[in-house]
Ligand binder design. Structure first.
Ligand SMILES: Nc1ncnc2c1ncn2[C@@H]1O[C@H](COP(=O)(O)OP(=O)(O)OP(=O)(O)O)[C@@H](O)[C@H]1O
Ligand SMILES: [Mg+2]
Length: 306
């Protein structure tokens, strides 16, 4: 159903031929200090139309190896689904993209990660700027105990937004397909909305800071089918302007919404019983679900594992 994007799962190593700077600003804006001053060697990005890329990315929580040697290229203006059994590292991978793992004591990574060709993990990359450009929506809707208006305006205010805030709030709520339901009660608490409305409020809050990438960690798992359908429609609508990465346990959802799917699977059990996540397969969604190449993917999507 969805067109296959130019960046395939195999991420053949075509050199980047031109600057991939974003529409909202120069990638150098991510840097807190000039390049070349840190110990991190920045290897060249591997493919031409990827917004996010990892190369041999491994992630530890203290001594636990949660993810091993993940190499993936997330294509621009597409929806990429991350699927796989519980504990295989989907959320971990998602959090690497905007350095949310920095906030977890004991978390560390090895390998390379790039956003628009900039080394995400470098000490010279500013995580606050990174998180503005790579927004995140969580599993449980988490509006602040503030008004609907304040929820949406919050991030933009913090970032010193100079434009017309009323206009930004309305635009973000419209973009999140929530405006019609809340336009008469913007001064009421965001917590009084239904779960599905709260999730769209959180999406509006993310959109208001005008990110380029939206990471979604099981955004519909707490929602009823009607709310889920609304969020899925919204995602489809947003992908013209944004790159979306969504973690989902719902195979049908992955098939419905995504262009590309990455299947993470637990590798062999370690001595302590933990398993390490590896990337079993990454390809166009239609192909992954109809003709999986990796037997582990097939076992997972047919319900034999997980
Ligand atoms: N904050 C943390 N501290 C220590 N270990 C963690 C932390 N978060 C995750 N882990 C471990 O890392 C591994 C991967 O967890 P992660 O949450 O990324 O998996 P997941 O695929 O998102 O699972 P689920 O589908 O259940 O959400 C697991 O073994 C988990 O116990
Ligand atoms: Mg998770």
């Amino acid at each position: 159903m969805n067109p296959e994007p130019r960046v395939g799962g195999d991420a053949e190593t075509a050199p980047r031929t031109q600057s991939q700077s974003s529409p909202t600003g120069d990638v150098s804006a991510l840097k807190t200090s000039p390049a070349g001053d840190s110990a991190e060697a920045i290897a060249p990005p591997r493919s031409t139309d990827a917004v996010l890329e990892t190369h041999n990315l491994s992630v530890y929580y203290n001594t636990l190896l949660a993810l091993r040697e993940i190499t993936i290229a997330i294509p621009r203006n597409r929806i990429t689904a991350l699927i796989g059994p519980s504990g295989c590292g989907k959320s971990t991978l998602l959090r690497c993209f905007n350095r949310m793992n920095d906030l977890i004591p004991g978390a560390r990574s090895e390998g390379n990660l790039w956003f628009e060709g900039v080394d995400i993990a470098a000490s010279s990359t500013d995580p606050v700027t990174l998180r503005r450009r790579i927004g995140m929506v969580f599993q449980r809707p988490n509006p602040f105990p503030k008004t609907i208006y304040q929820n949406v305006a919050w991030g933009a205010r913090i970032n010193g937004y100079q434009g017309d805030m009323d206009e930004l709030v309305e635009r973000s709520l419209r973009r999140a397909a929530l405006w019609d339901e809340v336009k008469g009660k913007l001064r009421e608490s965001g917590l009084e909305l239904s779960g599905g409305q709260q999730q769209r409020l959180c999406i509006a809050r993310t959109l208001a800071v005008e990110p380029e990438v939206i990471l979604m960690d099981e955004p519909c798992s707490a929602l009823d089918p009607v709310s889920t359908a609304r969020v899925e429609d919204l995602m489809d609508d947003l992908k013209d302007e944004y790159t979306i990465v969504i973690v989902t346990h719902n195979m049908q959802q992955a098939r419905r919404v995504s262009d590309m799917t990455a299947c993470l699977m637990p590798d062999e059990a370690l001595a302590d019983g933990h398993r390490t996540g590896v990337l079993a397969e990454f390809s166009a969604t239609d192909r992954l679900f109809t003709n999986p190449k990796d037997p582990r993917t097939e076992a997972y999507i047919t319900g034999r594992i997980g």
